[in-house]
Structures are given as structure tokens and as C-alpha cells.
Design a protein around this ligand. Structure first.
Ligand code: SF4
Ligand code: SF4
Length: 250
């Protein structure tokens, strides 16, 4: 996470230029049925938005949909407190009240971050792999639109021009992903910023051209049948929980 901070003007510029939808589908319709009806990336039980304080100032000038995050358990307390002084954990009013123009950069970019190879500038978009079992998009990179990719790259170039620590943070994030995928002996899928797809060879970190059909699918998104089964199992578990609650609290 950044030690320095991008300016208010930079965040205004980023928000003005990065508005493209990730795909022509409403991807939340796929992940929400497995997350009690809420899109995974819009639920602080799953992901707590972290912003620079200047981005929070910009958002608070425009809307009241954001507030400081209140931790609800030990893990969320650790996330909210283990931050540099320039950063803040925040929470919105939820997906039903989302104002698209007032989303954070992190909301606009999710589930992707700028991928840096060992040498050179960022070459494309890699995903936050710890969400791969919950985020439908990560199993369907073919749906990601090119205008989203272009605006994503432009937004992060604006951020890096103003805050070199952010560039370094994503270099480190990319290196961490290489270590994990090398351990798994799996290639990292990357959406190329200049078009097409790339894969990062485990071990060497070499970049190769790839076809999107080569990329792995994950968890309940490996097939239509697996997805139907996962939704049915989730609904059955939710119904059982509700019955227990009714019995305990008649
Ligand atoms: S980006 Fe992923 S987690 Fe967020 S709504 Fe779309 S499918 Fe769900
Ligand atoms: S602002 Fe919108 S996209 Fe961002 S977390 Fe809230 S509901 Fe999700």
C-alpha cells in the first residue's frame, strides 16, 4: 500500500476518465447467488475497500454513500488498522444503493490490478487470485471489454505518474503472484494492455502469447452444472440456517 499519496486533482481525473463497464454482462448476477444475494466485491464480509485519504476526500465532496469502515471481528479490525497513515478502510451503503460515478478506483478496477513483469512497465491486467473461487469474471476473462482495459491502463498511468509508491506496490503484488503460481506450477493469466492475452510461465516469469480458452476456470464456475449445484447447495444451507434461527428465536 502506498506510503506517499496521489493528489485530489489526480483522483478527480481518474474518476472522470475511468467509467467503462467491465463487460456487457452484469457479472454480479453470477456471483451474488453464492454470496447471500450480494455481489462479492460489494460486501465488506468479503473485501474491505482501502483508499488513499485524498480519494476519500474527493468522494465525500460528491456523495454521502461512503463512510469509514467499522470492523466487525478480529480479522476486519486487523485489515482496518494495519494501514499506512495515508490510507483508510471505507464502506459504501451496498450494491442496491451504488452510484456508479462515485465508485472508488478499486471498485472500478476490481478484480484486476496492473501486472508488472520482472523488468519493465505494466503489461496488462492480472486478477486478485484469492477471489478466484468467488468472482465469476476471473473464470471468464473473454467477457472483459477492450474499452475497460484501455481506461484501466490510463487510470493507473495517471496514478503512477503522481504516486511512484503505487507503482512499486503493484510490482510487489505481481512478484507475490508469481511466487504463488510458481508454487502451484500454474501460468498466470494476463489480459494484454495492447490487445490479446498473455500467460506468465511459472518459475521463469517469462511472458507468452496465450489464448483465452487456455485459462483455467475456478470453483463453482468450472461448468454450468457445477454452478447450478453450488447455487442449490448454497440455497439449501441458507434455508437450513433460517430454520435454526426460527427454532432458537421463535
Ligand atoms: S467483479 Fe467478480 S466479484 Fe465483482 S460483481 Fe463481478 S463477478 Fe462478482
Ligand atoms: S460503490 Fe458500488 S461497486 Fe463499489 S463496493 Fe459499493 S456497491 Fe460495490
Amino acid at each position: 500500500m502506498s506510503v506517499s499519496e496521489a493528489s485530489i486533482a489526480t483522483f478527480r481525473d481518474i474518476h472522470a476518465r475511468f467509467n467503462a463497464a467491465i463487460s456487457r454482462f452484469d457479472c454480479g448476477k453470477w456471483c451474488a447467488p453464492l454470496n447471500d444475494g450480494e455481489p462479492v466485491c460489494c460486501s465488506t464480509k468479503q473485501a474491505i475497500p482501502i483508499v488513499q485519504r485524498n480519494e476519500y476526500k474527493v468522494l465525500r465532496q460528491r456523495t454521502d454513500m461512503w463512510h469509514k469502515f467499522k470492523p466487525f471481528d478480529a480479522a476486519s479490525r486487523e485489515v482496518a488498522t494495519d494501514l499506512h497513515a495515508s490510507c483508510l478502510a471505507i464502506e459504501c451503503r451496498g450494491a442496491r444503493h451504488c452510484e456508479r460515478e462515485n465508485r472508488t478506483l478499486a471498485c472500478r478496477a476490481f478484480p484486476f490490478f496492473p501486472y508488472f513483469p520482472r523488468q519493465g512497465n505494466f503489461v496488462g491486467l492480472a486478477f486478485y487470485w484469492t477471489f478466484a473461487d468467488r468472482c465469476w469474471v476471473m473464470s471468464h476473462l473473454e467477457v472483459v471489454k477492450r474499452d475497460f482495459v484501455a481506461e484501466f491502463c490510463q487510470a493507473y498511468e495517471l496514478l503512477f505518474a503522481d504516486d511512484a509508491d503505487e507503482r512499486q506496490a503493484f510490482r510487489e503484488q505481481s512478484a507475490a503472484m508469481r511466487r504463488v503460481y510458481t508454487r502451484w506450477k500454474k501460468p498466470i493469466p494476463v489480459i494484454g494492455r495492447e490487445g490479446g492475452y498473455l500467460s506468465v510461465v511459472p518459475g521463469t516469469g517469462e511472458l507468452r502469447a496465450a489464448k483465452v480458452s487456455e485459462f483455467e476456470r475456478h470453483g463453482p464456475y468450472v461448468s454450468a452444472e457445477a454452478y447450478r449445484e453450488a447455487v442449490a447447495a448454497h440455497q439449501a444451507a441458507a434455508a437450513e440456517e433460517m430454520t435454526i434461527e426460527l427454532v432458537l428465536d421463535p
